[in-house]
Design a protein around this ligand. Structure first.
Ligand code: F6P
Length: 364
């Protein structure tokens, strides 16, 4: 009898921990005597004739701490799940049929799809079309519903916090205002958590439209109390009350809009209104690169092991989910299609305000 064979694929933007999940899937499968094919370049690699590599025990040596994905990934192309500002896209039936045929030709009796909201909405469509898939929640943005945390988020927050620590020393030396722009699309999780962990004075997130009056009042308050520098962290999707998103000058055709540039806009306005020397710094893809944190390595290992258990149980159409002390699995359809955004009255936002942080709608 031939061995059971499963596939593993990484989709959407990369983030620290993808390789750690791949490693966990391969190790857990190896112990069961299964074969694993790593699908290359995102979902397109499933399509006939197939673009893949065999992943055995030795192929995943040293992967736990390695950033990126050895399989490559894609957030554009035929499987792109979103257009504009996060509107979902339905895959044509012919593409789903081709994918199903690809799975059959590769002899895959299950697929572990590691992705964010976009890739997992595609996974849900595949599942509804009869493709046996299990999802693993990935994204630095932490905006997937049904899981307290996605992997990659903790690593991105650690990177952004380190950046704030560095900006603090230079801001203080020059009595400047430093503005750090971070990613997160339409959710402010990275800005909020890094802002609190890195002691930012102003935290601007998409969920709380801001006014320059409140930011300027905070900076002036600090000046009066002898703090002649200030640190602002701004999520790429944050916007002034009544204003539109700030987007990058080069936009992809037919895909999701590229955000970016709000840091410069905010810095210019603060400089103009306060007369203070103000600089912007864009953290960009640094927050998606490098080794996963300890927490993410552990989370990825649990997620990978759990995904293999779900495949063994034939429990398809599920996404493994972190729910505090337990990792469980929920229907993929319950996790996708609606973003998990920051609650402005949630614990972390309230803590920030309690510590005097300006959230952009009042001086503190
Ligand atoms: O969704 C992850 C993410 O890093 C967002 O935070 C960011 O807006 C986007 O991807 C950037 O995508 P790209 O790498 O295609 O510029």
């Amino acid at each position: 009898m031939s061995k059971k064979r499963i596939g593993v694929v990484t989709g959407g933007g990369d983030c620290p921990g993808l390789n750690a999940v791949i490693r966990a899937v391969v190790k857990a499968s190896d112990l069961r005597g299964w074969e694993v094919l790593g699908i290359l370049g995102g979902y397109e690699g499933i399509l006939p004739p197939g673009n893949y590599r065999e992943l055995d025990y030795r192929a995943v040596g040293g992967l736990l701490a390695r950033g990126g994905t050895i399989l490559g990934t894609a957030n554009r192309g035929r499987f792109s799940a979103k257009v504009g500002h996060g509107e979902g896209r339905t895959l044509p039936t012919e593409l789903l049929e081709e994918t199903k045929q690809g799975m059959e030709q590769l002899g895959l009796s299950g697929l572990v799809s590691i992705g964010g909201d976009g890739s997992l909405s595609i996974a849900q469509q595949m599942y509804e079309y009869g493709i046996p898939v299990v999802g693993v929640p990935k994204t630095i943005d932490n905006d997937l519903d049904g899981t307290l945390m996605t992997f990659g988020f903790d690593s991105a927050v650690a990177c952004a916090t380190d950046a704030l620590d560095r900006l603090h020393t230079t801001a203080e030396s020059h009595n400047r205002v430093m503005v750090l722009e971070v990613m997160g699309r339409y959710a402010g999780w990275i800005a909020l958590y890094a802002g609190v962990a890195g002691g930012a004075d102003v935290i601007l997130i998409p969920e709380v439209p801001f006014s320059y009056d409140s930011i300027v009042a905070k900076i002036q308050q600090r000046e009066q109390r002898g703090r002649r520098f200030s640190i602002v962290i701004v999520a790429e999707g944050a916007r002034e009350k009544g204003a539109d998103f700030v987007t990058a000058s080069a936009q992809p055709t037919g895909g999701e809009a590229r955000l970016g540039g709000i840091g410069e806009v905010v810095a210019a306005e603060i400089g103009k209104r306060t007369g203070k020397d103000t600089r912007a710094c864009v953290l960009g893809h640094l927050q998606r690169g490098g080794s996963p944190t300890t927490f993410d390595r552990a989370l990825c290992s649990i997620f990978g092991a759990e995904a293999v258990e779900r495949i063994a149980a034939g429990d398809f159409g599920k996404m493994v989910a972190y729910q505090g002390s337990q990792v469980t699995a929920i229907p993929i359809r319950d996790a996708v299609g609606k973003l998990k955004t920051v609650r402005p009255d949630g614990s972390m936002a309230r803590a920030a305000r309690a510590l005097g942080v300006c959230m952009g709608d009042s001086a503190h």
